[in-house]
Structures are given as structure tokens and as C-alpha cells.
Design a protein around this ligand. Structure first.
Ligand code: ZN
Length: 205
């Protein structure tokens, strides 16, 4: 009985470990991240990404490389177009200092509904380092997506997670947070101070 129990615990532990390892990578920054993050002005950021028809090991491998690159840049979210890859994949981790918290991987994410209530929150982006500006967005959203095993899922998200998902889904559509900034004078100043050009903004307000 004892042995059987130990056996089943071991199996459960192994199962949990396998589930975790499918999308988990060390969170410590690496010297040579596997993927290069492109900056505002590069046209890869403006190309809408294509849907993934089959979630296989190559997609899981991509998510892992994206996570390592994101952790190395000390970011909390990264979309595949930011690393020049034309695929609808997002990775998010709001707890980058804690190795025990698993990240989020969203494949083919779609916003199904958005709240009427809105929030203003200061956003930044790994593709526009140094620039932090207020953006208005719905306070909460409902999304559909596929997980890293291709299983269809739905979830509600608000707070920082909801904000981050909306920012990253924009990337999949070639939209950057600076396109949504309403304060144009602040935007021009911040971009200039950080070496970016206002000409690369597509204001959608
Ligand atoms: Zn971004």
C-alpha cells in the first residue's frame, strides 16, 4: 500500500512536472538570448501575424525561446512579431522574479468581449524601451485562445493581466501602444528622448 501510494504520488508529481516543463524555462537572464527583439521603426512590428493551424512542438519551442528572450530583457510580455516571427503567439509573466510561478502562453488569442468600463494605465514596451505613457483601454476582457497543447480555452482577465493581454494582442495586429496614446506632446517628447521617431507612430485615436 505504501509503495503503491508512493508510486502514484511519484506519477502525479511527474505529471505535474511534465505539464509545467512544456512551457517553463529558467527566468534568469541569459547573455545571448535566442531571439532578437525588434524596435519601433522596424516594419516587422507593423505586419499582422498569421493564425497557427497546428500547435506542435515547434510552437512550444518558439514559446520557450520567446520566454527566455523576454526574461533576458526584463519584460512581462512578448508577442512573436516583436521577434520578427509572423505567428499569433504571446507569452506573459507578471511574476518574473519568482521562479515557481508558471508563465502564460496564448496561441491564436482573440478578444471575445470587452468591458464598457475603461482604465488609464502607464504602459511600456520591449520594442520601445524607455518610453512609458498612459493608454486608455477596457478594464476587463474575455478571450479565447489555444494553450501550448492546442486545447481551446477561454478566460476573463482584468487588472495588469487584462492590460498586458490587450497590449500583446495589439502586436499581433501590427498595432503598438504608442498608436493609442492620446497625449501627443508627451509622446513626441518621450520618443525623442529615447531615440525614436514620431513618424513611426500610426495614431489610431
Ligand atoms: Zn509591446
Amino acid at each position: 500500500m505504501r509503495i503503491a501510494l508512493a508510486g502514484s504520488f511519484a506519477q502525479l508529481a511527474k505529471k505535474a512536472e511534465q505539464q509545467k516543463t512544456s512551457i517553463s524555462v529558467p527566468k534568469e537572464p541569459v547573455e545571448n538570448p535566442p531571439l532578437e527583439i525588434y524596435m519601433l521603426g522596424n516594419k516587422v512590428l507593423r505586419t499582422p501575424a498569421t493564425r497557427i493551424s497546428k500547435v506542435d512542438s515547434s510552437i512550444r519551442e518558439l514559446a520557450k525561446k520567446m520566454l527566455t528572450s523576454m526574461y533576458s530583457a526584463k519584460g512581462i510580455g512578448l508577442a512573436a512579431p516583436q521577434v520578427g516571427i509572423d505567428k499569433r503567439v504571446l507569452v506573459i509573466d507578471l511574476d518574473i522574479e519568482n521562479p515557481a510561478t508558471p508563465p502564460h502562453v496564448f496561441i491564436n488569442p482573440e478578444i471575445i468581449s470587452s468591458s464598457a468600463s475603461i482604465d488609464t494605465y502607464e504602459e511600456g514596451c520591449l520594442s520601445i524601451p524607455g518610453v512609458y505613457l498612459d493608454v486608455i483601454r477596457p478594464s476587463s476582457i474575455k478571450i479565447s485562445f489555444r494553450d501550448e497543447m492546442g486545447r481551446p480555452k477561454k478566460m476573463n482577465a482584468d487588472g495588469l493581466l487584462g492590460r498586458c493581454i490587450q497590449h500583446e494582442i495589439d502586436h499581433l495586429n501590427g498595432i503598438l501602444f504608442v498608436d493609442r496614446v492620446t497625449e501627443q506632446d508627451n509622446l513626441k517628447k518621450e520618443l525623442k528622448e529615447n531615440g525614436f521617431s514620431y513618424k513611426d507612430v500610426n495614431n489610431i485615436n
